[in-house]
Design a protein around this ligand. Structure first.
Ligand code: NAD
Length: 301
């Protein structure tokens, strides 16, 4: 197969694809040139930078393209219905990055609890603000609310329980065999009212953001909130207002309403710990994603 990789891929997986006899082209295209390029390949592998929306897919239709692989979980950068209408198969790699994202969510929880991000900035400005940052809080013994208890949410939940936290989970689907002394499913309002820490792990939900002013008003005073899911799940203006009022003690963010984000007020807030959508960006996750893609292409071809 002739395979276009637009946003990079693990080197070992690229080597494996070539060893399996495929021709692999690594090249990023701007949207206006992408459609024509896709007409000339059998498969394309994208991460989040490349958007495969209707105009691009229409331009590619009638060519060689039969397989679209999203190296990651969400397929919100791909118009799946349009691709399928053109006879293209869309696949993703849903399991490979769960541990990486859960660890980043945990890192943001710690960063927020102990001022790690802002204290680092302050030290680089030559300051030694030991007293400013002497009111950190501990995770152990506290309650973590996990909204969206799927692959990533459950992985984070297991880590939190191992650290001595109690986990409250809200999900529209309840998996069997997970509830125990330190984990139970609850309704969203109970989770919001009872959690010291809240981490968001649903897919991108259309319509009104799940976390808006109304949801924030139901949270415990001084809650720490982390979002590594999708930016549109949170009303950023309401989040900023919550930080300013003190209702939200601190927020850890990996995803934003617009990416790259231009929301400087949020990024510059001293109690925000932020990363540029790097949840799945570990060596291990990229290797697992790469090998899952090799498998998908092996099955397809
Ligand atoms: P998953 O499908 O395994 O889990 C999502 C869970 O959310 C499911 O259990 C589902 O039932 C639940 N859910 C769906 N709609 C809901 C709603 N309205 N209310 C409550 N629960 C709802 O997905 P996952 O692999 O755990 O991924 C979770 C999120 O993480 C996705 O948004 C994904 O795009 C995001 N993600 C981010 C990064 C990153 O780099 N930051 C990387 C990978 C995945």
């Amino acid at each position: 197969m002739r395979i276009l990789v637009t946003d990079g891929m693990d080197a070992a997986a690229l080597a494996q694809l070539r060893q399996n006899g495929h021709e692999v082209i690594e090249q990023f295209y701007e949207p206006d040139a992408l459609g024509a390029a896709l007409r000339d390949v059998d498969a394309v592998v994208v991460r989040s930078a490349t958007k495969l929306r209707q105009p691009v897919l229409d331009a590619a239709a009638g060519g060689r393209l039969k397989l679209i692989i999203r190296a990651g979980v969400g397929v919100d950068n791909i118009d799946v219905a349009c691709a399928e209408a053109h006879g293209m198969t869309v696949r993703n790699t849903p399991r490979a990055s769960s541990n990486a994202v859960a660890e980043l969510a945990m890192a943001h929880l710690f960063s927020c609890a102990r001022y790690i991000s802002i204290a680092g900035h302050s030290m680089r400005e030559g300051k030694w603000e030991k007293k400013t940052y002497n009111k950190g809080v501990e995770l152990s013994g506290k309650t973590l609310g996990v909204i969206g208890y799927g692959r990533i949410g459950q992985t984070l939940g297991r880590m939190a329980q191992a650290m001595g936290m109690t986990v409250l989970a809200y999900d529209i689907y309840h998996a069997e065999g997970l509830e125990c002394a330190t984990m139970r499913y609850v309704e969203l309002d109970e989770l919001l009212a009872s959690s010291d820490f809240i981490s968001l792990h649903t897919p991108a939900i259309d319509g009104k953001p799940l976390i808006d002013a109304e949801a924030i008003a139901k949270m415990k005073d001084g809650v720490i909130f982390v979002n590594t899911s999708r930016g549109n799940n949170v009303d950023e203006a309401a989040l900023l207002a919550g930080l300013e009022s003190g209702r939200i003690r601190a927020a850890g963010l990996d995803v934003y309403a617009q990416e790259p984000t231009k929301n400087e007020a949020l990024l510059n807030h001293p109690r925000v710990s932020c990363t540029p959508h790097i949840g799945a960006s570990t060596v291990e996750a990229q290797r697992r994603i790469g090998m899952e893609i090799v498998d998908i292409i092996r099955q397809f071809s």
